[in-house]
Design a protein around this ligand. Structure first.
Ligand code: ATP
Length: 404
């Protein structure tokens, strides 16, 4: 996952920091021993010696000191729960149904702080779609974090998934078996492919199919040129002659294409292109473009809006369907129309999965099987949305005020 050490240590740390924030267990476990990294890269002694020798320009020194302090921050991170528990490994088929049970779950962020969740008791059936609502600070995200055991201490009670208390498993064992779209989507420096499939688990066809379903294919293939986008049949007419279309990662083709275009262009056009953009035509392989599955995202988000980044997160989840999934404000940054399409997609694609959807927007959760209404860390109402509205309680008031 942390594959960009070749670019610069600082970029990698920034990527890793994002991954940790998004709950990536693999990275968390790697950085939990920061001193190991310092030893591994020899960064601290290296920067100190450069700093002391006074040969660096001021900006390099600043960068070095910044990097050093980043390392120190990582080395201060407290190790989380064991990554793997040898005598309690996750069964290969777990979770097989997706029943989730919160039993007397209480959570605090610190020993001297108030409970953020208070004695939660709720059973969620396999395949149920649950909307979780409540005002700001009600405890919705804490509930999501608890499912992934991102809060390790000050937890009382248990969360059982298909009869197994998740606290008995190593976090590195069980987290990958569940799916999440966190509040803040993460994109990494590198190719679109790396962003969708950092562990090289999927085919190009899987990626295009997911991107088309989530409506992001056109963001990375605006001219509709990539073969697999065409093969997926939704981007261009089906009677296109696809034999002449290259593989997405056929670098030689695109270089040839680029030269041919150059050769075909008239003198005047060539002069203009030469002056303004010598790389015209180099399509899939051009550095620092986000075009095509091998297009590069030059910075973490590379010009994608936060809503578009959320759609990419949904793509990842679509490829890695899990029996239990949590969507924490996963479509909060997209417009209403796109949100509706995404909810429809979630209902059809994840029909057999248990999905907890945390949302402020009424529309996002109205078609849920049941709604959990939270207030000050407690569940104050639970039931099908229409029943709750008819009951005239807190959910009805929230709906009335459209205030989530
Ligand atoms: N990292 C933290 N450290 C200490 N307290 C926290 C932390 N994160 C959340 N809390 C507290 O826990 C309670 C529940 O917060 P939580 O983020 O779960 O609410 P929420 O319902 O998700 O809110 P929002 O709708 O604004 O996202 C709040 O009182 C909040 O102040």
């Amino acid at each position: 996952m942390i594959g960009s050490f070749d670019t610069s240590v600082e970029d990698s740390l920034s990527d890793m920091s994002n991954e940790v924030n998004s709950g990536n267990s693999q990275t968390s476990s790697i950085i939990e021993d920061g001193s190991f990294m310092i030893r591994m890269f020899g960064v601290e002694p290296y920067y100190i010696s450069r700093y002391m020798s006074g040969k660096d320009e001021e900006k390099n020194i600043d960068k070095s000191v910044k990097t050093l302090s980043t390392f120190r921050q990582f080395s201060d991170i407290e190790p989380e729960a064991p990554y793997i528990v040898d005598d309690c490994r996750v069964p290969s088929e777990w979770p097989h149904s997706g029943n989730v049970e919160f039993k007397n779950l209480s959570v605090k962020y610190g020993a001297d702080q108030d409970y953020a969740l208070k004695s939660l008791n709720v059973s969620i059936r396999s395949g149920e779609k649950i909307g979780v609502v409540g005002r700001t600070g009600a405890g919705k995200s804490t509930l999501a974090k608890s499912i992934f055991r991102l809060l390790n201490k000050n937890i009382e009670g248990s969360i059982e998934i298909d009869g197994h208390d998740t606290a008995t498993f190593g976090v590195g064992d069980f987290r990958p078996k569940l799916g999440i779209i966190p509040q803040e989507s993460t994109m990494f420096r590198g190719t679109v492919r790396r962003n969708l499939d950092p562990l090289n688990e999927f085919t190009i066809e899987d990626m295009w199919a997911a991107m088309i379903k989530c409506g992001v294919a056109e963001l990375i293939d605006p001219d509709r040129k990539c073969k697999h986008a065409k093969l997926a049949g939704k981007i261009v007419d089906s009677d296109d002659d696809i034999d002449d279309i290259p593989e997405d990662d056929d670098k030689a083709y695109w270089e040839r294409e680029s030269k041919q275009r150059w050769a075909r262009s008239g003198l005047l056009v060539r002069a203009v292109l030469f002056m303004f953009d010598r790389k015209w035509g180099s399509y899939e392989v051009e550095e620092n473009t986000r075009i095509g599955i091998n297009g590069h995202l030059s910075t973490n988000a590379s010009g994608f809006s936060s809503g578009q980044q959320q759609l990419f997160s949904l793509c990842r989840l679509l490829m890695r369907k899990r029996k239990v999934m949590v969507l924490d404000e996963a479509t909060a940054d997209v417009d209403l129309e796109t949100d509706r399409k995404m909810q429809e997609l979630i209902r059809t694609e994840f029909s057999e999965c248990t999905v907890l959807t945390i949302a402020h927007r009424l529309d996002t959760i109205m078609s849920s099987d049941r709604i959990i209404v939270m207030e000050k860390g407690e569940i104050v109402e639970i039931g099908p949305p229409q029943e709750l509205i008819a009951k005239g309680g807190m959910f009805a008031k929230l709906v009335q005020a459209n205030e989530f």
